[in-house]
Design a binder for this molecule. Structure first.
Ligand SMILES: [Zn+2]
Length: 431
């Protein structure tokens, strides 16, 4: 903005007039000359003159860890830069990263002149980039480089002692890997009770190996879990049109049409049954629904994609929502809500997992819970015992692509650690 002052209106008019007379190369040259003052605009008043460049030796690099209460500027001050100058130099990283993001514990490489130990610059690694600030003949300049990495795959195997969580994390998986695999196999395996001591697991995980020595584990590429007599496997695959997801060995998507439950429930207080004593009326009536006990206000999610068919008050149900799901004529019903999700109204489309309301005890309820019904047409079904149709398989060329990838990953799943890392270096990314 400051540079605008160079152009008062009459001067600008004259410039434009002369520009109109110029053409071709002359015009381009003229514009470039005009731009020169802007290119030099990085100088700030506080900024110190850079030290003379190092000529003879390699610069001296000192690794420093930011201490509690320290900033980049205070690190530079530790090396003898006056605080106002240190602040100005530290702020040079601003175009690339907010200096506030560089917190205690962060590593800083301070570059010094080996002779007089004056600060020549510094480097920090932020979000897989190196941000470098250095003294040049033109002042203090900042640059950013992406750190090159190699995309590798790592196999992590083990057997279960206490739980998949404990043994998996012990073997090098992250808690997120365990949560992800639990989500993939949500319908097939009960992660709390199905595993036994000695059951085996094997994962192929994407591993990014950065030039600065860091190794970062990425997503699961394949996993195989043994649960009792059964073996479950899953493979990550990206279709040609860019959809990525997990598939079983036959190329069937792991993501189901319906979620397993409409909330992260604490316990099922009353299962689906054809005869139970009603808690209020003390009569034996069928309970063709599932009651999920949960604290008042617990968010409730739509179990599948669909359209809101009813939202409002209905006798007994209290605040209730009906969602009609496309294909198969299924409806899901959620009752006793304390309140509805904002903006929920009849006719609105909802996604699987979208919050539609909050647990309450409106209507006939003795305590806060979600009363959940699942219907086909007007028939109430036992959602927990339901065998819903499986997802479609990949077909044609996509299936062939998937099978090639699966065969390769399956071979990895059954091999040991070290060899795999060596044998399966995939792509070199220079960025
Ligand atoms: Zn109920």
């Amino acid at each position: 903005m400051k540079q605008r002052k160079y152009f008062d209106a009459p001067l600008l008019d004259r410039l434009l007039a002369s520009l109109a007379r110029l053409s071709g190369v002359a015009f381009v040259t003229f514009v470039m000359l005009l731009c020169l003052p802007f290119l030099d605009s990085s100088q700030e008043s506080q900024e110190p003159n850079p030290p003379p460049p190092i000529t003879a030796e390699e610069p001296l690099r000192v690794g420093v860890k930011l201490r509690r209460g320290e900033t980049l500027a205070s690190v530079l001050s530790r090396f003898g830069v006056e605080p106002p100058s240190a602040r100005a130099i530290a702020e040079k990283v601003q175009p690339f990263v907010n200096p506030q993001k560089i917190r205690p514990g962060h590593n800083v490489q301070v570059v010094l002149n080996p002779e007089d130990k004056t600060v020549q610059g510094f480097e920090v690694v932020v979000d897989n980039n190196i941000v470098q600030v250095k003294a040049t003949a033109d002042g203090w300049l900042a640059e950013r480089y992406a750190i090159p990495f190699v995309r590798d795959r790592r196999v992590i195997r083990g057997s279960i002692k206490e739980s998949l969580y404990q043994s998996g994390v012990g073997a090098g998986l992250s808690p997120k890997h365990i949560a992800d695999v639990a989500k993939i196999f949500e319908y097939d395996i009960d992660f709390f009770s199905d595993f036994r001591r000695g059951d085996e697991f094997s994962f192929v995980i994407e591993e990014l190996r950065y030039a600065d020595g860091r190794r970062i584990l990425g997503r699961i590429l394949a996993a195989e879990l043994e649960s009792g007599d059964e073996t479950f496997s899953t493979f990550h695959h990206v279709t040609r049109d860019g959809r990525s997801g997990y598939y079983d060995a036959e190329g069937r998507a792991a993501r189901r049409f319906f979620l397993r439950a409409p909330l992260s429930y604490i316990r099922i207080s009353s299962p689906f049954s054809f005869a139970r004593q009603h808690p209020i009326f003390r009569t034996v009536r069928p309970h063709m629904a599932i009651d999920y006990a949960a604290p008042e206000g617990t968010p409730v999610i739509a179990i599948g994609r669909g359209q809101v068919a009813f939202v409002g008050w209905r006798r007994g149900y209290g605040n209730v929502v009906d969602i009609v799901h496309p294909g198969g004529g299924y409806t899901s019903r959620y009752a006793h809500f304390s309140r509805f999700a904002k903006g929920l109204r009849k006719g609105r489309a909802v996604d699987a997992g979208e919050v539609i309301g909050y647990v309450g005890q409106t209507g006939h309820a003795t305590g806060p819970h979600l009363h959940f019904e699942f219907l086909r047409g007007s028939e109430k079904l036992n959602f927990l015992g339901l065998r819903l149709p499986k997802n479609e398989r990949l077909a044609g060329e996509e299936q062939r692509r998937f099978q090639r990838l699966r065969a390769e990953r399956e071979a990895l799943l059954r091999r040991t650690n070290e060899r795999v890392v060596e044998a399966d270096r995939e792509v070199l990314v220079g960025n």
